[in-house]
Design a protein around this ligand. Structure first.
Ligand code: NAD
Length: 517
C-alpha cells in the first residue's frame, strides 16, 4: 500500500469535504436543490462509484439566476478590499482542506496525488493574488483637450459570470475565474465538467461555508451541474454578460457563437497542440526531463501537454534515444501511489481516442518507436490505463494537427536555422503553449520575437506545461484568445466606463466643434 493511502483514505477525504452518496448539484450557497437527472461519478483510478450528483433542471437554473442576480446587488456594493478579505478566508480554508481536496481531485480525475495537491495550491495562490489585487483595481486618468475638464476611466462590477470548466483541471480553473470575479464584485455560476461533478460540489461546499460565516447573501457562489445542455442555459442567457468557457475547440466554437449571437462576452480557454523546439544548443538532460514530464504528466491530459518535439536533425537520434530510454523507466498505475509517474485516462472513451490516434499516425505514414498500448489485469481494472507512446511523424499529418488528449508524443525533425523549427511549431491551428530548449541567446530571442512563436505562452528552457498564476494564461488562434489568472486578466471581469467632468461654466465641445445657440 502506498504512503499516501496509509495517511488517510478517500472516504475520510470525502467526509472532510461534505460529499455524500447522493449530492445536490445545484446550489446557491448553502441552499441546495436539484430536480434533474442523476450523474454517477466513477473513479478512473479503480472504476469504483464515488458518488452521485443530481443535475440542474431548467426550473432549478431559473431559481439560481434570480438568487445570483439579487446577491450581485449586495456584493457589488461592498468595497473591493472587503471582498478581498472574504477571498482571503476562502484561501485559508483551502489551505486547511488541501489534502482532502487534492485527494478527491486525484481520485475523481485520475491525476497524481502530487498534481492534485498542486492544483489546490494553484487555487490558494490565485486567492492570494486576488486579495492583493482587491486593493489595486485601477483605471487611468487622461488629460482632457478641453479646459476645466477632468477625464478618467473606472472599472465597475460586471454582473453574473458564467463559468464552464473542463474535467482535466476540475478545481483550479474555477478558482482562477472565481477569485478574480469575486474581488471584482461579480457573482459566479459554475458548471463543472460532468466527468468531475464531485470536485464541483466540494468546492461549492467550501465557498458556501465561508460566505455563510460572513453573513453574506446566498448566490455569490452558485453551482449548477449537468452536460452541455446545462451549459447552454448560460451561453444563451442574456442575464450573463460574461461566459468563461474552458474545454475543447469544438465546444469553444459553439459557445462563442451562442454568446456572440446575444452580443455577450466570452473568455475562451481551449485546446492546445504544444511543441518544444530542441536546437543543437539545447541542454539534452533538461530537454528530456521537460519533454517527458510535459508529454506524460497528467497522462497527457493537460491543455499545455507537450504533443510535438521538433528536434534539429544534427541531434535527432541522440534526443530520440534519450527520450525512449526515459519512457522505459515510467511506472504506470494508481495515481494515489507516489511511486507511479502516469495515472489513468479520464474514461474508456478517452482510451478509444488514444487507440485511434496511434492507428491513424501509422496509417498516415508515421512510425511508432514507443508502441504504447492499453493495460489490463491487476491494478488496471478500470480499463483507463494506457502506456505513453511516441511516434515519428510529419507536422502536416492530420492526426498531428489535432489535439489527442492522451500521452502521445510526436517527434518531428527540422534542419537549418531555428526559423524552420518555428514555422513547424506555428503550423497548427492551435496557439496555446510553446517552448525552446537552447543555450544560444540569439536563438532564444528569435523564438520570442514578433516573428517567433505565435502562442500565448512561449518558454525558454522550460517545458510547455506548468504555468504560474502570476502571468496571464491563455492562447491564440483556435485556442480562443482568452486570458485568465494573473497580470491584468481581471479586466475582463469588469466593465470599463470613461468619465468626463466639466467644472467650468462653459460647455466647449470636443474637436473644437462650434454649436452656438
Ligand atoms: P469539453 O469541451 O468536452 O467540455 C468542457 C466543458 O464544456 C464541459 O463542462 C462540458 O459540459 C461543456 N460543454 C460542452 N459543450 C458545450 C456546449 N455546447 N455549450 C455549453 N457547454 C458545453 O472538454 P473536456 O474534455 O472536458 O476537456 C478537455 C479539453 O479542454 C481539451 O481540449 C483541453 O485542451 C481543454 N482545456 C483547455 C484549457 C486552457 O486553459 N486552454 C484548460 C483545460 C482544458
Amino acid at each position: 500500500m502506498s504512503k499516501i493511502a496509509i495517511e488517510f483514505g478517500i472516504d475520510q477525504a470525502l467526509e472532510a469535504l461534505g460529499i455524500q452518496n447522493i449530492n445536490n448539484g445545484t446550489s446557491t450557497g448553502t441552499e441546495n436543490f436539484s430536480s434533474g437527472e442523476i450523474i454517477e461519478s466513477y473513479s478512473p483510478v479503480d472504476g469504483a462509484l464515488i458518488g452521485k450528483v443530481k443535475t440542474t433542471s431548467k426550473g432549478d437554473y431559473e431559481k439560481v439566476m434570480v438568487t445570483a442576480t439579487e446577491a450581485f446587488k449586495i456584493w457589488r456594493a461592498k468595497p473591493a478590499p472587503q471582498r478581498g478579505e472574504i477571498v482571503r478566508q476562502f484561501g485559508n480554508r483551502l489551505r486547511e482542506l488541501k489534502a482532502p481536496l487534492g485527494k478527491l481531485v486525484s481520485y475523481e480525475m485520475g491525476k497524481s496525488y502530487q498534481e492534485g495537491l498542486g492544483e489546490v495550491q494553484e487555487m490558494i495562490d490565485i486567492c492570494d493574488f486576488a486579495v492583493g489585487l482587491s486593493r489595486q483595481l485601477h483605471g487611468l486618468t487622461m488629460h482632457s483637450e478641453r479646459p476645466g475638464h477632468r477625464m478618467y476611466e473606472q472599472y465597475h462590477s460586471l454582473g453574473v459570470v458564467g463559468i464552464i470548466s473542463a474535467f482535466n483541471f476540475p478545481v483550479a480553473v474555477w478558482s482562477w475565474n472565481t477569485a478574480l470575479a469575486w474581488i471584482c464584485g461579480d457573482v459566479c455560476v459554475w458548471k463543472p465538467s460532468e466527468k468531475t461533478p464531485l470536485c464541483g460540489v466540494a468546492c461549492q461546499n467550501i465557498a458556501a461555508e465561508v460566505f455563510k460565516a460572513n453573513g453574506l447573501p446566498e448566490g455569490i457562489s452558485c453551482l449548477i451541474n449537468g452536460d452541455y445542455k446545462v451549459g447552454e442555459f448560460m451561453t444563451q442567457d442574456g442575464r450573463i454578460p460574461l461566459v468563461s468557457a474552458t474545454g475543447s475547440i469544438r465546444m469553444g466554437k459553439i459557445v462563442a457563437q451562442a454568446v456572440a449571437a446575444r452580443l455577450g462576452k466570452s473568455l475562451l480557454e481551449l485546446g492546445g497542440n504544444n511543441a518544444i523546439i530542441v536546437t543543437p544548443n539545447a541542454d539534452i538532460k533538461m530537454t528530456v526531463i521537460g519533454a517527458v514530464f510535459g508529454a506524460v504528466g497528467t497522462a497527457g491530459q493537460r491543455c499545455t501537454s507537450t504533443r510535438r518535439l521538433i528536434i534539429h536533425e544534427s541531434i535527432y537520434d541522440q534526443v530520440k534515444d534519450a527520450i525512449v530510454a526515459a519512457y522505459e523507466q515510467l511506472r504506470i498505475g494508481n495515481p494515489l501511489d507516489e511511486n507511479n509517474h502516469v495515472g489513468p485516462l479520464i474514461d474508456t472513451d478517452a482510451v478509444a481516442m488514444y487507440k485511434a490516434a496511434l492507428e491513424k499516425v501509422v496509417a498516415e505514414g508515421g512510425k511508432l518507436i514507443v508502441a504504447g498500448g492499453v493495460l489490463g489485469g491487476e491494478g488496471y481494472e478500470s480499463g483507463c490505463y494506457v502506456k505513453p507512446a511516441i511516434a515519428e511523424a510529419e507536422n502536416h499529418f492530420e492526426i498531428v494537427q489535432h489535439e489527442t488528449f492522451a500521452p502521445v508524443l510526436y517527434l518531428l525533425k527540422y534542419s537549418g536555422e531555428v526559423e524552420n523549427a518555428i514555422a513547424i511549431q506555428n503550423g497548427v491551428v492551435q496557439g496555446l503553449s510553446s517552448a525552446i530548449m537552447t543555450n544560444n541567446l540569439r536563438e532564444a530571442e528569435r523564438f520570442l520575437s514578433v516573428a517567433g512563436s505565435d502562442c500565448g505562452i512561449a518558454n525558454v528552457n522550460i517545458g510547455t506545461s506548468g504555468a504560474e498564476i502570476g502571468g496571464a494564461f491563455g492562447g491564440e488562434k483556435e485556442t480562443g484568445g482568452g486570458r485568465e489568472s494573473g497580470s491584468d486578466a481581471w479586466k475582463i471581469y469588469m466593465r470599463r466606463q470613461t468619465n468626463t467632468i466639466n467644472y467650468t461654466t462653459e460647455l466647449p465641445l470636443a474637436q473644437g466643434i462650434k454649436f452656438d445657440l
